[in-house]
Design a protein around this ligand. Structure first.
Ligand code: NAD
Length: 488
């Protein structure tokens, strides 16, 4: 593999035990480029039980075999090599992935690279810091506590962040000595498959990181597998619930769920207007709104409402001009991931027209490909579908409010709890709001932001467990207590 363009047709295999191999299952499906619905690949395998069992067997062999003999520093060396390889190879991999994800390659050099590089380097530094604990023998027993890896883990990933989730899940898993089987979304498998060989080149032994492709049926085989000890899932609430049930019904494997959102951004009268407009607009448009932390509900205080809404509408309308070919390095906004997602968003927007006032967009852009215009609704009914449910498109809903107490209730009146933002110059109010808002992450004068050092995840039905930072490591290890009888 080199910097040259990667060919999608080379990635119609599974990556098992350090090799690209044909799947035993003969079931396949095809994928199109959402910019124009042209064929990209027509034989992506849907891994079946035999393929999943093979991946688990290789994973167990690696876990108990070569990988268990690596020192912490050797694991760090693999991560550092991986980061160096990514410097060379990430752009072509993201370009390959873009052909079915529609994620603009213009995001590759800074946003995607920064995120993935930070992730790999951050966890490179954690391999030798899993210190345990010691308690003295005041009662005749010395107590030692070790943090042990769980064993064979799997990642089931969503379509909207294929590469980011690959690294976000496998880096903490591998840093703590686990092995990982990754199933990318059926809509976006190519970049994950291409990236898998870099782990091998970086020195991770065969079987430590494997990739199998397939639909929900393949994900279900992983979630219910009796030898997999942990599933780290990112996707919708509905599927997350199924994964948790499958885990409970099989072997009680550990479960981390990173699920959907309907994130509120609250703009107070005293906010820096330009800053608030920039963050709220840019964040609903990244990946054309297919972002779990997108601020899809915007609350604006009455005193600033007219000015804010005017500026917000202008910026959203103007952004329609940014839509274009995601494989063009100058384009910043791409299509929906596929025709099904476009139809879903269009359907919600259509129904929304009778539940709120449509003030920007509302239509598919052009008739080639899966492009959706940036869309804004005002003053939704309190039970409107577009106000309550995750749309996962470039669509936001604005509502005005008068008091802090009122907006806190509105912001929290949802089963989602992933991200929230508060825009104000009043530090006391910012602190009150960030403590009152029921979200796993709250941005002050910013929104839809994550940081590798700090935990990320959802409250309420937006998830269980946390990724990023030291917290992710805890969820890939379990403490073991060793009691030593000093009298023997
Ligand atoms: P999805 O739930 O449709 O699919 C996610 C994955 O689950 C896919 O790999 C799919 O093949 C697999 N799957 C489907 N049925 C399964 C089953 N029965 N058992 C096991 N696996 C199964 O989600 P999606 O449409 O790919 O992604 C969009 C969703 O992901 C949105 O709700 C978004 O908010 C959420 N998301 C959350 C985060 C986060 O960090 N909280 C990040 C990105 C995306």
């Amino acid at each position: 593999m080199g910097i040259e363009k990667l060919n999608p047709k080379d990635y119609n295999k599974l990556f098992l035990n350090g090799q690209y191999v044909a799947a035993k299952s003969k079931e396949t499906y095809s994928l199109k480029n959402p910019k124009d619905n042209t064929a990209v690949i027509d034989d992506v395998p849907i891994a079946g039980p035999e393929d999943v069992d093979a991946a688990v067997k290789y994973a167990e062999e690696a876990f108990h075999g070569p990988w268990s003999k690596f020192t912490a520093i050797q694991r760090t060396e693999c991560f550092l090599k991986l980061a160096a390889l990514l410097d060379e190879e990430l752009t072509p991999i993201l370009t390959l992935d873009s052909q079915t994800s529609g994620i603009p390659i213009s995001l590759a050099p800074v946003r995607e690279r920064g995120y993935i590089r930070n992730c790999v380097l951050y966890y490179a530094g954690w391999t030798d810091k899993q210190k345990g604990d010691y308690f003295p023998d005041d009662d005749g027993y010395v107590k030692l506590v070790r943090h042990e890896p769980l064993g064979v883990c799997c990642a089931i990933n969503p379509f909207n962040a294929p590469l980011a989730t690959l690294f976000l899940k496998s880096a903490p898993a591998l840093a703590t000595g686990n092995v990982m089987i990754v199933k990318p979304s059926e809509k976006t498998p190519l970049g994950t498959l291409a990236a898998a060989q870099l782990f091998l080149k970086a020195g991770f032994p065969p079987g430590v990181l494997q990739v199998i492709t397939g639909a929900g049926s393949t994900g279900a085989l992983l979630a219910e597998h009796m030898k997999i000890r942990k599933v780290s899932f990112t996707g919708s609430v509905t599927t997350g619930r199924r994964v948790q049930i499958a885990a409970a019904k099989s072997n009680l494997k550990r479960v981390t769920l990173e699920l959907g959102g309907k994130s509120p951004a609250v703009v107070f009268d005293d906010a820096n207007l330009e800053n608030a407009v920039t963050w709220t607009v840019n964040s609903i448009l990244i990946r054309s709104g297919q972002l779990c932390v997108a601020p899809s509900r915007v609350y604006v205080q009455k005193g600033i409402a007219e000015k804010f809404i005017d500026a917000y509408k202008k910026k959203m309308s103007a952004a329609a001009d940014n839509l274009g070919d995601p494989q063009d390095p100058n384009v910043t906004m791409g299509p929906m991931v596929d025709a099904a997602q476009l139809e879903r968003v269009k359907g919600m927007v259509e129904r929304g027209k009778s539940e709120a006032e449509l003030v920007v967009g509302g239509n598919q852009r052009g008739d080639t490909g899966c492009f959706m215009e940036p869309t804004v609704f005002l003053n939704p009914k309190s039970d409107a579908e577009i106000y309550r449910n995750e749309i996962f498109g470039p669509v936001s809903v604005i509502k005005t409010f008068e008091t802090e107490e009122e907006v806190l209730k509105l912001a929290n009146d949802t089963e989602f709890g992933l991200m929230a933002g508060v825009f104000t110059k009043d530090i006391n109010r910012a602190l009150r709001m960030s403590s009152g808002m029921e979200a796993g992450v709250v941005g002050v004068n910013c929104v839809s932001l994550q940081n590798m050092q700090a935990p990320f995840g959802g409250k309420k039905q937006s998830g269980i467990g946390r990724e990023m930072g030291e917290y992710a490591l805890r969820l890939f290890t379990e403490p073991k207590t060793v009691l030593i009888n000093m009298a023997a």
